[in-house]
Design a protein around this ligand. Structure first.
Ligand SMILES: [Zn+2]
Ligand SMILES: [Zn+2]
Length: 326
């Protein structure tokens, strides 16, 4: 926790000092276990189905075919991003242009949940802030772990020259729509509107502090996202009977080839195909979607799925790719 956080909101001083008197404050709320109604009730089209759109199935290892970790839950006309790995905005626009998902037009990327602040999950955050800036109405709302506010302030400071030119010059950009409304989260229900209720739960991601998984409940579906995590019973509890479980994974075939220290790291920070098979067999989601496939590069197509089967998982499992829709 930040030192001195004694109230629910405070000024983001570093950015505010750049343009005194002109910059609205970033709202910083600590929400944990308390329902928050932070947006107007969204309109959910009657009969519309909740969609999971995978924007990036990649891991920190760059792969042109797999963007950084990011996905979208789409309910009616609303989209809710989970993580903002590199390429998230372009993948979202691809989903709009190629799949006809209007809610993923860049101007409609208005809400983002961040599982943890590892760089592979946040490299697209400046992109999300700055690329749709002039087409977005209102502030981007971001729900992330402690430290999200500081990251936001520092990104704004890093792009101070760009922001100054765009707001002071001929482009006429509004500072209001580049400055995110940041909500730092704790466990519990962190968001609720007319389309979804989002619950955050802690996961164990090695020594990385404040890592969360998320559970989205919409009128027609329950979707659980593991975030980055070692094998955890928390996932089993949250995902029991869920419609979709989206879970990170690493390949045991690759694990067998790496040195002992890397193995130690993988066991502490991530979940193997063998472990995920056990988790999924206990939770019995209607569909398992493996993402964040560490060690996937160089493996043959469908390798992760085959490893899950070999480890005894008998339920439905997707061989996920960017822009898949479930
Ligand atoms: Zn991570
Ligand atoms: Zn990661």
């Amino acid at each position: 926790m930040d030192q001195g956080r004694t109230t629910a909101s405070r000024t983001c001083q570093p950015y505010h000092r750049l343009w005194p008197g002109r910059i609205p404050w970033i709202s910083l709320l600590l929400v944990g276990g308390v329902l928050t109604w932070l947006v107007p009730a969204a309109v959910t089209a009657a009969g519309s189905r909740t969609l999971v759109v995978i924007l990036g199935t990649g891991s920190p290892v760059p792969d042109p075919d797999r963007s950084g970790p990011s996905l979208a839950i789409v309910v009616g006309g609303n989209s809710y991003l989970v993580d903002c790995g590199v390429g998230c905005v372009r993948r979202a626009v691809a989903a709009f242009q190629k799949k006809g998902i209007e809610a993923l037009r860049d101007s409609n990327l208005k809400v983002c949940f961040i599982t943890h602040l590892h760089s592979d999950h946040t490299l697209g955050y400046p992109d999300l802030m700055l690329t749709p800036w002039d087409r977005r109405s209102g502030a981007l709302r971001v729900y992330g772990p402690p430290g999200t506010s500081a990251m936001t302030e520092n990104i704004l400071r890093a792009y101070a020259a760009d922001i100054q030119v765009r707001t002071k010059g001929l482009q006429g950009s509004s500072v209001d729509t580049v400055t995110p409304e940041v909500h730092e989260i704790a466990s519990g229900v962190i968001f609720k509107d007319g389309s979804v209720t989002v619950t955050a739960f802690p996961v164990t991601h090695g020594t990385f502090p404040n890592s969360f998984g998320f559970k989205f409940v919409s009128p027609d579906r329950t979707v659980v996202i593991s975030g980055d995590t070692a094998a955890s019973d928390a996932i089993v509890e949250q995902a029991r009977g869920a419609d979709v479980l989206i879970h990170e994974v690493y390949s045991m075939e690759k694990y067998a080839r790496v040195p002992p220290q890397t193995r130690q790291y993988l066991r502490a920070f991530h979940t193997s195909t063998e472990e995920l098979a056990v988790i999924a067999n206990k939770a019995r989601p209607k569909l398992l979607v493996p993402i964040h496939k560490l060690g996937h590069a160089g493996l043959s197509a469908g390798a992760i799925k085959r490893e899950l089967r070999k480890a005894g998982y008998t339920g439905r499992v997707a061989d996920s790719h960017d822009l898949d829709i479930y």
